[in-house]
Write a protein that binds this ligand. Structure first.
Ligand code: SAM
Length: 340
């Protein structure tokens, strides 16, 4: 399973995640004779075969480069073909930890959607665990099934099913799930159908992932009605911090700048008094005239350039979504104490 068992060298047929830039990662199955095209140029698949995962390759004319990354659930989430809204790593990592999903866990997931979270579950439970994932949309089901086969997610069984209408039972398999994850528009309709497929001898954890509070209210009611306890609501607020260098400035820089502005004003006034209107370009700061301007005008300075003092600073990236969904967690005790 490439998502679980790491391998060193790229072979024909392998899945490689091509890192073009921080926001562009493209999945690619390596095939002899084919090319991967980007705006930086064309990368022949043949040049990837035999290289180590993680290598950097350049285009034949060395106009650009990309990295050949080994697939992981986190990178897959960033590069997968979207067929639905997906669960992102800040939520999935928290949910896995919070539900105590470990090697050998038996998990129910509905719906499968684009299979983003499926990969994270499959890696965590490993070959000893089992993941039962359900999707009622036929095309999404077919695409996810093929993808899981291509990715060798051997511990995952996907079923084409409306779980709200027909529940979770699978012929000849005792699901005995200790973990349930519901990312459905109406989890409260699926919750009453869970009892028959839960593990009896272990504590069971559930997480329902819903974007609206109205859904949360109905879900909580259904959990209470169906014997779930320790019901809690959580929201993960993801924030991305961007680091860069800021130039150190002091009072002498400010004084230098003020003197410069005054001087320019005086020159302008003198021209006006002499009946000559200063042309706009006369007021422009010319690079060669003035050089470094600590207030950002004049000579262009490259971040971190020698000859200046720099300090490392961070700022929040603004375009990060801070709310994806509300997470409703609950648990069920082992069968002997479940109904006490
Ligand atoms: C938001 S997507 C799930 C995304 C998924 N968690 C991921 O990370 O890629 C919700 C999926 O649930 C499916 N779905 C909705 N109601 C369902 C039901 N009653 N039974 C099974 N699947 C259902 C939808 O077709 C959709 O693909």
């Amino acid at each position: 399973m490439p998502f679980i068992n790491r391998k060193k060298y790229i072979e024909e047929g392998d899945l490689v995640l091509i890192y073009v830039s921080r926001t562009i990662i493209k999945p690619l199955y390596v095939k002899k004779g084919e090319n991967f095209n980007t705006r930086f140029g064309s990368f022949p698949h043949d040049s990837m075969i035999g290289l180590e995962y993680g290598s950097q390759i350049t285009t034949p004319k060395e106009r650009g480069f990309v990295y050949l990354l080994q697939p992981t659930p986190e990178l897959w989430t960033m590069s997968l073909p979207h067929r639905t809204q997906i669960v992102y790593t800040p939520d999935s990592s928290y949910i896995l930890q919070r539900l105590n999903v470990i090697v050998g866990s038996r998990v129910i997931e509905a719906g499968t959607g684009s299979g983003s979270f499926t990969h994270a579950f499959a890696r965590t439970i490993n070959d000893e665990g089992k993941l039962f994932t359900f999707e009622f949309h036929e095309t999404r089901f077919e695409k996810a099934k093929l993808e899981f086969e291509n990715h060798n997610l051997n511990n995952t069984i996907i079923t084409h099913r409306d779980v709200c209408k027909h529940g979770f039972e699978i012929d000849d398999i005792e699901l005995a799930a200790d973990t349930v994850f519901l990312d459905l528009p109406s989890p409260w309709e699926a919750i009453p159908r869970l009892d028959k497929v839960l593990a009896k001898n272990r504590k069971v954890g559930i997480c329902c992932f819903s974007p609206c509070f109205e859904q949360v209210v109905k879900t909580v009611q259904s959990l209470q009605d169906n014997g779930w306890i320790h019901i809690e609501l959580t929201e993960v607020q993801g924030r991305l911090w961007e680091s860069h260098k800021a130039m150190k400035r002091d009072v002498s820089d400010a004084i230098k700048r003020l003197k410069y502005v005054r001087e320019k004003q005086r020159e302008g006034l003198a021209l006006i008094k002499a009946g000559k209107h200063p042309r706009p370009e006369q007021n422009k700061v010319k690079e060669k005239d003035y050089g470094f301007n600590p207030f950002g005008k004049g000579k262009r300075i490259i971040e971190g350039e020698d000859g200046y003092e720099w300090v490392d600073v961070t700022r929040l990236e603004h375009e990060v979504k801070t709310h994806t969904s509300y997470l409703v967690f609950a648990s069920k005790m082992p069968e002997p104490v479940r109904h006490l």
